[in-house]
Design a protein around this ligand. Structure first.
Ligand code: ATP
Ligand code: MG
Length: 222
């Protein structure tokens, strides 16, 4: 089974939602997936179940306990900001090598599908030197780029793709997670990206019936 990095064109694009849907899909197929969300900002220790790590643990059927949170999301910060800023406000700093090593250890159990949710978008800073893109490149894992169908998403998506390709990161698929209330049709977004995204698999996730896209993506990644 493969390990995949889940990144996105930016924050709030649906990385966690999609990761949870994939985990549930795999569990429904009798697989035993794993997931980590090593870096988490905006963490409210009074409501851990509302965090990305809490959502992933629930989708995995695991408790949202301090030990489980430490196991999948050790770098947790309260400020709802980019990781470099959130860490600095807490007088901390994300050590890039430690982060890469933590991810590597999660990949060491290869008999199950693993998702590593990044943080923010492809170029979100982790500290004063490194971005999420560096983390993806250092992990050597293929990634899923989660994008939207809002007006402006085409440029955001192609820019993120270019940034990933520049460092040799493999992009297994672009998941176009339909943006609510967009004036741009999902099909039109799909058609334009199929011309510009160089043969990369495109998976549309519609709001009305997301299941077929999720099942297709789950099969692509497994
Ligand atoms: N396809 C979808 N259907 C319904 N709700 C969705 C869908 N995609 C995303 N959402 C909702 O949109 C919000 C943002 O999604 P999500 O938290 O998955 O984004 P994210 O990319 O993980 O954000 P972050 O950068 O904070 O990690 C959440 O409330 C989520 O439940
Ligand atoms: Mg998330």
């Amino acid at each position: 089974m493969g390990a995949n990095f889940i990144t996105g064109t930016g924050t709030d694009i649906g990385k966690t939602w999609l990761a949870c849907a994939l985990l549930r899909q795999w569990r429904g197929e009798g697989r035993r997936p794993a997931a980590i969300k090593p870096v988490l900002s905006g963490f409210d220790s009074q409501r851990p179940q509302a965090s990305d790590a809490g959502a992933l643990l629930a989708a995995l059927g695991r408790d949202v306990s301090p030990a489980e949170l430490d196991a999948i999301a050790p770098w947790r910060f309260a400020p709802p900001l980019s990781p470099d800023m959130a860490a600095a406000l807490e007088g901390r700093r994300i050590d890039f090598d430690e982060l890469v090593e933590f991810s590597r250890q999660a990949v060491a159990a290869p008999d199950r599908p693993l998702l590593i949710e990044g943080v923010g978008g492809v170029m979100s800073p982790l500290n004063e030197r490194n971005t999420v893109r560096d983390w993806i490149a250092a992990s050597g894992l293929p990634c899923v780029l989660v994008a939207g169908s809002y007006l402006g998403s085409l440029s955001h998506t192609l820019t993120a793709l270019e940034a990933l390709q520049k460092v040799g990161a493999g992009v297994t698929a672009i998941a176009i997670n339909e943006s609510p209330d967009s004036i741009v049709a999902l099909d039109a977004t799909l058609e334009s990206l199929s011309s510009h995204a160089g043969g990369i698999s495109l998976v549309a996730i519609t709001r009305r019936s997301p299941q077929s896209g999720i099942a297709r993506l789950a099969a692509l990644l497994a």
